[in-house]
Write a protein that binds this ligand. Sequence first.
Ligand SMILES: Nc1ncnc2c1ncn2[C@@H]1O[C@H](COP(=O)(O)OP(=O)(O)OP(=O)(O)O)[C@@H](O)[C@H]1O
Ligand SMILES: [Mg+2]
Length: 509
Amino acid sequence: MDYVIEMLNIRKEFGNFVANDNITLQLKKGEIHALLGENGAGKSTLMNVLFGLYQPEAGEIRVKGKPVKITDPNVANDLGIGMVHQHFMLVDVFTVTENIILGREITKAGRIDIKKAEQEVREISERYGLAVDPQAKISDISVGMQQRVEILKTLYRGADILIFDEPTAVLTPQEIKELMQILRTLIKEGKSIILITHKLKEIMEAADRCTVIRKGKGIGTVNVSETNPNELASLMVGREVVFKTEKTEAKPKQDVLEVKDLVVKDSRGITVVDGLDLSVRSGEIVGIAGVDGNGQTELIEAITGLRKSESGSVKVNGKELFNLSPRKVTEAGVGHIPQDRHKHGLVLNFPIAENMVLQNYYKKPFSKNGILDFKAIYQQAKRLISEFDVRTPSETALARALSGGNQQKAIIGREIDRDPDLLIAAQPTRGLDVGAIEFIHKRLIEQRDHGKAVLLVSFELDEIMNVSDRIAVIYEGKIVAIVDPKETDEQELGLLMAGSNRKEAGANV
Ligand SMILES: Nc1ncnc2c1ncn2[C@@H]1O[C@H](COP(=O)(O)OP(=O)(O)OP(=O)(O)O)[C@@H](O)[C@H]1O
Ligand SMILES: [Mg+2]
């Protein structure tokens, strides 16, 4: 058989914890091979073993039939293995080209020949359909572009086996389409791909075969043409998964959030929230649907105090919060599940327990007379970890050691548990497995049923349609339509999000 990679009976331990227990994965030449498993199942760990970041305790790796020891990423590179990580590893202040050549600089008389490098980057990017500006600074380009840089980096090093760890979790629907096209081009150019994703639709669409792991153990490998999303979900979770969340009719009461005529500029000084009005009532979930870049990120940052606004009003329970600090906003009863969990959600080098009390550590029962009560803090963490099924070796583990999805579950647990009157959830289920998504949707609806106001922002139209009681469509910094999810469909929403008015979109106005 023509396998380019064989990982045979791999075992990886972290202390007493077994993250990979006897896992086998074989990659055929020219295939897209999906790797599926719940949050914390051990996918990233297994791929980090293949990329030489971790040494396995047992098992064998063969590359093109030959047994190898991949002692570090340079060895992996030399074997033709490249990896696009779940959390990017780029240097923000460097340009695209500088990042791509880092560690592989071409020199001319001892100096880096940047012109030649830029030319090479241009050539590779054209060949694989990966448009980027070689001279742009990383901090100035979009997440989708940064991902392309990561891909180019592996190609520049001559990789023909590419590992993608949840590449679509951080992308918008349009960028996902583009990435799928890029994957197809890579295969056509003779590459082989391992793709980690929680989106079963993507597996069905792009992958040839799929290996499933559950709680560190291999469950098996299936041909994608012979399976379906339901089967994949139950293989991975070990039970049936419900894709549509049941909920009763909302019984909204008074306004909790009232945004009036809000104007916010983005980091470049451009007005991106442009006289926006929005209300969310007690007992309802309002979903914001919009194409990325229409002001949704800045709107959330403005409400939560992370960004200064120019003018307008933001009231929660009648209290004006305009340009107050994040702590003041939190204390006024606002919870926030942030879009960027590393920047605004967690302190990665703190234990997960301390991360669970980031907003209220200075209050009773976590603090008494200015002294932290660690017993109370650890008790709280234990409870949240069990209630929200955060899979971690212990509550003392650093947040950094948790899998991406479990970091997300920890933040959601902390924010929901504070029981805020207004819960703002920005891309809350990003990077979560289907079982965890089901659970989180239930909890959002439960908050609603307890009379809380929930504002949901998501690029997943399925999620918006399933969970919201009202949908507010944002376009060029304004709410241009409010629609009832029962009376709309993805097509109409798509048109509204692209700026056509409701009549044109075919709705009953
Ligand atoms: N450096 C580490 N030290 C201790 N434990 C770790 C470390 N890295 C991972 N783990 C643990 O190993 C388990 C598997 O983590 P891994 O990141 O491989 O999961 P995953 O399948 O990629 O999940 P996700 O879908 O959420 O990204 C988790 O329970 C995690 O806490
Ligand atoms: Mg992972």
